[in-house]
Design a protein around this ligand. Sequence first.
Ligand code: AMP
Length: 396
Amino acid sequence: MNILVINCGSSSLKFQLIDAKTETLTAKGLCERIGIDGSQITFSPAGREKIVRQAPMADHKEAIQYVIRALTDPDTGVVKSLDEIGAVGHRIVHGGENFSQATRITPEVKQAIRDCVALAPLHNPANLIGIEACEAIMPGVPMVAVFDTAFHQTMPPEAYLYAIPYRYYQQYRIRRYGFHGTSHDYVSHRAAELLHRPYDDLKMIVCHLGNGASVSAVKNGKCVDTSMGLTPLEGLIMGTRSGDLDPAIIEFIANQENKSIDEIMTILNKESGVLGLSDGLSSDFRDLENGSEEGARALKAFALRTAKYIGAYAAEMNGVDVICFTAGVGENNVSVRETICRDYLGYLGVRIDPEANRKRGEEIEITTPDSKTKILVIPTNEELAIARQTYALVKE
Ligand code: AMP
């Protein structure tokens, strides 16, 4: 069965068509600048040249129409008709406390996603538009919602509650939710497979280090803590997000520069992180390795913050068997991995194999056989995880 995986942003739509039985990618692509001048679709059928076409898309419904046209094109497509698409899996950013696993989309599920809009004002509306566009164009095809927050719903209250008046949790559900759940889920399961150990018998720390970055602690098969919070702003230093800071800084900047909360939130989300630390050099980790003082300062702070979370989660789980690195930086940035492991993880008995650590973008153990704690690099595959969860729900 072919599963169409859809990841809708406010002006973009990423898609993959995956054969769920063989778990192979049939095609993938991206619609960009939806609703803006100059929209285009990039379509990459597996093993063939990618095709880029200018395509006027006023909204996400038109974008989905282009996706279906690309997939079914008699010359360059990969399926004969829509009938060959068995189900659609939608990546949904925020499921609040309502969803601890993937679910078939019903009117009630859409309402529950709508109820979470206040928690993810940029993402959930776009995700809903994607669902409704697919429903309109593919009536009768089962739709599944896979939530970024679901994997972290197993956290205990002492991990998810903030130390603010409890009524804020009761009234507004202000708590830590965590994100990148599909990636943490996929990578932690893959780690157990690679180690030939039962999933529920391991203490794991997963470091998803990309433009967005988060760490999770997975103990005996359950996520027990994660670094992102009510929103993806908390935790690690990221490409442009600050991660943890003293909340009083917000008041301080507001007073000094006469800025509104909205303006400061934009600074913390878009102008901070390694971009801010490097004094505007770049949010892309490749650019930070240019030998400059600014780049080095950002990279050192990034490594330290990540190591602090690893240390906290090792303490929280009373030990750790395996630490996994994933996402753009975690999979590819050799020196970030080396700094974290060499400078901060010696007390866990970590011994890095420098040869193995030089590899990029492949599944590999980068510790020596006598290393007490294992370090694995595992490329994440959120789309495959979404396709798997979708298939599991619709195959009966
Ligand atoms: P992501 O958000 O997971 O796509 O990760 C984006 C980040 O990964 C960017 O900061 C890139 O610099 C980094 N990245 C991606 N590919 C590479 C690579 N081959 N070498 C070093 N860093 C990379």
